[in-house]
Write a protein that binds this ligand. Structure first.
Ligand SMILES: CNc1ncnc2c1ncn2[C@@H]1O[C@H](COP(=O)(O)O)[C@@H](O)[C@H]1O
Length: 320
């Protein structure tokens, strides 16, 4: 049940390779084969040069959902930052529409998985761009958009700029999740207090958090969701030390907040969510009952409604 998965970062190298091969055959690209130039573990920086039209967006979204379904995922929240590709006649609204259409097709093709979409504001955006994104998110609620996120380079931007946009999102019934204290530079007291002031439904990463903020997180709303991404944080050295030093170990027993193991960018880190659960068991010595209880608690913090929660509970209790 990965709830923190960036669409572009979830595209497998093989899928990018296939998109590239198609474009190469049609004489539509001068780029190198992504399988050759992007070693595993390195961020895929120029994904936009491979995926920049409806066709490749459709192909890659379908492939991402397929990969998650094949990993045994039955509910997925993908997130993406809407982009425009004027040369291809695609604006940001068209981008979201294309992703949602591909998700619909994917759900029909792989009926075991249900997928919802989160739209991400990038920290470099202006307030006008953020407001526009909230308007798109609202427009597409009936087609499966459930929330708004804040992501991007943690060294960029002043998050307080976005307060009106997140307030507007909440007023429209959208949920909010925020990349939180991802790097030291995005963990100032002012930034963390500003974000907690938005009363987010979930937080992502939650790394550089002083003790008093930890208490505040637990108090900000009962059962706040924490999207923790072990492989990402270890591979990118966002934490000091190995898996056993990950803050999952501090959070998973804390009463109140609900920890959900997530993949972040599985195409980059090469660790599907089944492997994230394996790592947790290996490094934190969870018993089978702990794993089941954690997975079941996660259902409470998904951004879909009661019918979805009921479906997931039926699956989870049957599994147990
Ligand atoms: C430590 N991991 C991360 N931290 C912060 N932002 C990240 C991220 N991984 C990905 N993104 C954000 O998601 C966008 C990917 O394109 P999609 O929107 O999927 O289409 C990136 O541009 C970046 O802003």
């Amino acid at each position: 049940m990965p709830l923190h998965a960036h669409l572009s970062g979830s595209i497998s190298r093989q899928c990018l390779h296939e998109i590239w091969r198609g474009k190469k055959a049609a004489n539509k690209t001068d780029l190198e084969d992504p399988l050759v130039i992007m070693p595993l573990g390195e961020p895929v920086v120029d994904i936009n040069s491979y995926v920049h039209d409806v066709e490749s967006l459709h192909y890659s979204t379908l492939s991402v959902v397929e990969d998650f379904a094949n990993d045994g995922v039955v509910y997925l929240e993908l997130r993406t930052t809407p982009r425009s590709f004027p040369k291809e006649g695609l604006d940001k609204k068209g981008y979201v529409d294309a992703v949602l259409t591909a998700i619909d097709v994917a759900q029909q093709k792989y009926p075991s998985i249900q997928v919802r979409l989160i739209l991400s504001i990038d920290r470099r955006n202006t307030l006008a761009e953020a407001n526009e994104l909230v308007a798109f998110a609202t427009y597409f609620i009936s087609r499966g958009v459930v929330a708004v996120d804040l992501c991007g380079d943690p060294a960029k931007g002043d998050v307080s700029l976005f307060t009106p946009a997140f307030e507007a999102a909440k007023a429209q019934g959208l949920k909010i999740t925020i990349h939180f204290a991802e790097a030291e530079c995005s963990a100032s007291e002012t930034e963390l207090q500003t974000i907690l002031g938005w009363k987010p439904d979930r937080l992502g990463h939650v790394i550089h958090v002083p003790e008093h903020i930890r208490k505040q997180i637990a108090a900000v709303r009962p059962g706040i969701g924490l999207e923790l991404c072990l492989s990402c944080n270890v591979q990118l050295k966002m934490i000091t030390g190995n898996f056993d030093a990950h803050h999952f170990g501090e959070w998973w027993r804390v009463d109140g907040p609900v920890v959900v193991p997530c993949t972040d960018d599985v195409g980059v880190f090469g660790s599907p969510v089944s492997n994230e659960w394996r790592l947790i068991q290996e490094y934190f010595h969870l018993e089978r009952e702990d794993v089941l209880s954690l997975a079941r608690k996660g259902i409470d913090v998904i951004f879909d409604g009661d019918a979805q929660k009921k479906r997931l509970r039926e699956i989870m209790w049957r599994t147990g």
